[in-house]
Ligand binder design. Sequence first.
Ligand code: ADP
Ligand code: SF4
Length: 589
Amino acid sequence: MAEQEQVRIAVIDFTKCHPEKCNYLCKRMCPLNRTGKECITVANDGKPRISEQLCTACRICVHKCPFNAISIVNLTAKLINRVHCYGENKFRLYGLPVPMQSKVIGLIGRNGIGKSTALKMLAGKIMPRPDCKGEESYEAIVELFKGKELQAYFEKLSKQGIKVSFKPQEINKIAGAFKGRVEQLLKRFDELEKLDEVVEELNLSDILKSSVSRISGGELQRVAIACCILRDAELYFFDEPSSYLDVQERLRIAKIIRGLAEKGKYVVVVEHDLAVLDYLSDFVHVLFGSKGVYGVVSSRLSVLNGINQYLEGYLKNENIRFREKELVFSRIAEKPEKKASYLAYPAFTKSYENFKLETLAGTIMKSEVIGILGPNAIGKTTFVKTLAGIIDSDKGKLNLGLKLAFKPQYLRPEEGITVEELIMQSSLDRELFETEANKRFAISELYERNLEELSGGELQKVSLAITMCKEADLYLLDEPSAFLDVEERLNAAEFIKSVIEKKEKACIVVDHDLLFQDYLCDRLIVFEGIPAKHGKALEPQNKELAMNRFLASLDITFRRDPQTGRPRANKPGSVKDQEQKKQGKYYYL
Ligand code: ADP
Ligand code: SF4
């Protein structure tokens, strides 16, 4: 269905709409209704409906609605191929990603603009309904994509089905739902009888006997990926496979996922770590739109063009600018020696029964953000907790006199408490919260929601906002990028930098998204050693030295994309890879 140059979209968030509290203020205030027309009506479910044909986009209802439930968007771009509408005045999706046999297709875009909807449609879990008031059916969609690759795909899906295996984004729910051991869970999915091979590939042998509810986030992610690839399917979907994994594990799962494509499967991946998406995909589709209102899927692009056009905010083929601002990566860090020293810590060791951490002495500057790079279970949290005096070193407390504010990696929301209640209970710098956190993350829009109802990304933003607005001397953030989309990651990085600069304190960030760390941090501490056995923290180093050392240990080289400044992993064995290795330049500044 081709739509005209002007498309009007009126969407009501029915979860926010409470006509019993406002007595249909939108309907009463609508100028068309006041002249006797039926632009806003009340449907059988008691909720209002806005006629997109009559609406003139005056937006009076948008401003009057006391619960911010209405969005009216006037699109001038020509939008074609509407594939789905959840119903009248509900979210709609234009276009679909095109799965290809033997290829990995990456999806890149903001949260809430239809990636999961698109995946569910390709998986046959929701049927297409191009007409908001019409019936769900495959016929219209087959017609819509006549002569294109998707025609054959939907014909097959509607006639014989396509067997799909899916790795969900919210893996924490698996831990809540399954009460047995890892081995039992994996056996349930082992349709191809290759359990031993997959356990070996994903390094799961040590945790087979562990209870699923007890394993760490990184382990749970690997178990979820194992469940997905153990199934005998034609199409494999991975929704954010890298969260909680360290860099080495990210590269390993990237290879495993590519291996599925090499075996002739269709593979589609949603991923916000751009280095991983880049490394993993053959092609990408960019998704853009307005959260909860509409989403548009771009044509298929090469990985280089797709990621660059996404960062640029402009799609060349479609001639659509979907974001005013370009997202730029290259950031020249202020020379640390220009900053005053904030804290100096001595070399120390910390031993547990089966693990020993050794650290070199270091100095952290005022207003400095220090990134930590290293695998999981290498002693990163132990290091910071010892600095903060929460745990003793082998020779006793360090006594640096630091008050720590800590955002843990795994966020376990309390039940039965709203976001507003949590914020009221927390001891925060209220002014900073309003001017920085709320402004950037629109936390107040989440106030009425219960913590356990929040998505991973929403919970991450609330936790980050609360931690950064606490009074402390040292801030420790463990994987703040998890579940945030690319724009939210950069926004979070700006937020952290801004707060630390304003407060003139210091922040240590553990994160495995290399582009995020590159963008956010002034300097980096590299951790080396053998996970779960012994770790060594080097002194804080400038980014080039630290990244070089870290990437050399992984035997992977990165170059900078000349157009966007973003670091890109070189394909192993490529000319660039070999050249850079010869020069010892694993990381290009
Ligand atoms: P993404 O995967 O990009 O985060 P989704 O496809 O999950 O986005 O959701 C896009 C929008 O579709 C959501 O913001 C939500 O408003 C809407 N949506 C999702 N599922 C339904 C549903 N079953 N009924 C109505 N609206 C839905
Ligand atoms: Fe009231 Fe807003 Fe619902 Fe209209 S959309 S009925 S103004 S709550």
